[in-house]
Design a protein around this ligand. Structure first.
Ligand code: ADP
Length: 461
């Protein structure tokens, strides 16, 4: 829910019922340079520890996160409206994966030795210094952990500015890590875009951001004059291509799940569906059946699959895109009617095309848009007709053929007969305007460190 700032307090409001969940003290913009200065002072000691020592400082936090997972999940669900079971699942996943993540980061950032006949070089992964982590509300625990852990283990100190939609769960998470970290190593900063921008403009060396493409562009511009390092994970307009030989039950189940999960507020939500014209009817029928079985309601109720949109602003944007598409000739197959409060019913639109905003701009809502194609070439052209390039999926029984189509899609991650996320150790990466740099997996972790090459001649024996 759009947050209210009252007397220096940021009030977090439950989007399902409009009731205040709690509040945090807003960090003043004027106070931010001082916090950055303190983080820089703290970085000297933190950066002087070895990689393994830093990981050991953090390691006991895993057990604390595990014992607090239910409370963290409940808070996330209350603040941003995702179903309680999914929010607790997110917190538990983070706690369970915490130790393995530390080990993966330590291994990724270990020295690399290269040598020839004359000299030996050591590639060292040194800290950048001070990192600003600006994290989103849609996975308020997972994205926070994925941004903050590699930054810290690499030896940076971190100023964490969580989304104004989910300050309470971020505060709790930071408090747990701070039971173990030295002072000044992880400092939460609360507020909205003003605080985010002040952090970017302050004396920081690395900016890690997950959020919208527009804000990403502003951050890149603000980081430019100082050539500050950035890792930007931005939005997507992910296509799903359903080929003529697809298993339609599998494809429809995926389409429904990946369009409506978290009320569509996922960066790799399916936002555009291209289906072979010959199977369009049957595919739509199967999607409709599954959509009708979804339960929307209060996220705390058992069995609810879809909660509200995070805010009135987000709902208004989604509803405006749906209405404009219908006015321009799209067919409403399911949903469409906005519910009470911040709810948007799971909506299926057919007969959409790229003249409609809903096929071009990120929707971030529970909407599945279906367009028919006549040839695979046309499907690929449509899938690539976007500045975004985060995830994509291709469904077809002939896996070799579907994989060939997948390879033609300009996206960072493409799934064949499944979602786009790679197996353990793969990065989370966007192509085109969906990202600059990337995170996760060994390649992602290395982006949180400055490579330094130290070369010395070999001693004569
Ligand atoms: P949303 O995903 O809600 O559309 P945005 O991309 O607008 O979010 O913002 C994501 C995060 O970036 C939030 O924490 C917000 O406060 C912060 N933010 C907004 N504007 C700026 C900016 N110009 N510089 C840095 N951070 C910003």
């Amino acid at each position: 829910m759009q947050q209210r700032a009252e007397g220096g307090q940021l009030v977090s409001i439950n989007p399902a019922d409009g009731v205040a969940v709690g509040s945090v003290l807003i960090t003043t913009v004027e106070g931010i340079p001082r916090l950055v200065f303190q983080a820089r002072e703290a970085q000297r000691g933190w950066g002087a520890l070895t990689l393994a020592q830093r990981a050991e400082v953090l390691r006991p936090a895993a057990a604390r996160l595990k014992s607090e997972a239910k409370r963290l999940g409940e808070l996330a669900s209350l603040e941003m409206g995702k179903p309680l079971a999914e929010a607790v699942g997110e917190a538990t996943y983070c706690a369970d994966g915490f130790a393995a993540e530390l080990d993966e980061i330590v291994a990724a950032l270990a020295d690399v030795v290269r040598e020839d006949a004359r000299a030996t070089s050591i590639l060292r992964h040194a800290p950048f210094g001070v990192c600003a982590a600006i994290t989103p509300w849609n996975f308020p625990i997972l994205m926070l952990q994925q941004s903050v852990l590699p930054a810290l283990v690499a030896g940076n100190t971190v100023l964490l500015k969580p989304s104004e939609e989910t300050p309470l769960v971020a505060r709790e998470y930071a408090t747990i890590l701070n039971e173990f970290l030295p002072p000044g190593v992880l400092t939460p900063v609360f507020g909205d875009g003003a605080q985010g921008r002040a952090l970017v403009l302050a004396d920081v060396n690395l900016i890690v951001f997950t959020g919208s493409r527009e804000t990403g562009k502003r951050i890149l511009a603000d980081a430019g004059p100082g050539l500050k390092r950035v890792i930007l994970e931005l939005g997507g307009k992910d296509p799903l291509v359903v080929l003529d030989d697809a298993d339609l039950d599998l494809a429809a189940a995926f389409a429904v799940r990946n369009s409506f999960r978290n009320a569509g507020q996922v960066c790799v939500s399916t936002e555009r569906i291209y289906v072979d014209a010959r199977i369009r009817e049957e595919f739509l029928r199967k999607m409709l059946e599954r959509t009708a079985a979804l339960k929307q309601g209060d996220p705390r109720e058992a069995g609810v699959n879809l909660g509200p949109m995070v805010s009135a602003r987000q709902k208004a944007k989604v509803v405006a895109q749906i209405d404009a598409a219908v006015a321009a000739g799209a067919t409403l197959v399911a949903g469409g009617e906005p519910r009470e409060g911040n709810f948007v019913a799971p909506t299926i639109l057919a007969d959409v095309d790229h003249s409609m905003e809903i096929m071009r701009e990120e929707t971030f809502g529970p909407v599945a848009c279906v367009q028919a194609f006549d040839s695979v070439d046309q499907a690929v052209r449509l899938a690539n007709d976007t500045p975004f390039g985060l995830g994509a999926a291709v469904f077809g029984r002939n896996v070799a053929r579907a994989s060939e189509v997948a390879a033609r899609i300009e996206a960072g991650m493409v799934g064949v007969n499944q979602g786009c996320g790679g197996v353990d150790g793969c990065p989370w990466v966007g192509a085109k305007e969906s990202g600059v740099g990337f995170h996760s997996g060994p390649e992602g972790h290395r982006q949180f460190a400055q490579v330094r090459v130290i070369t010395a001649p070999k001693q004569k024996a």
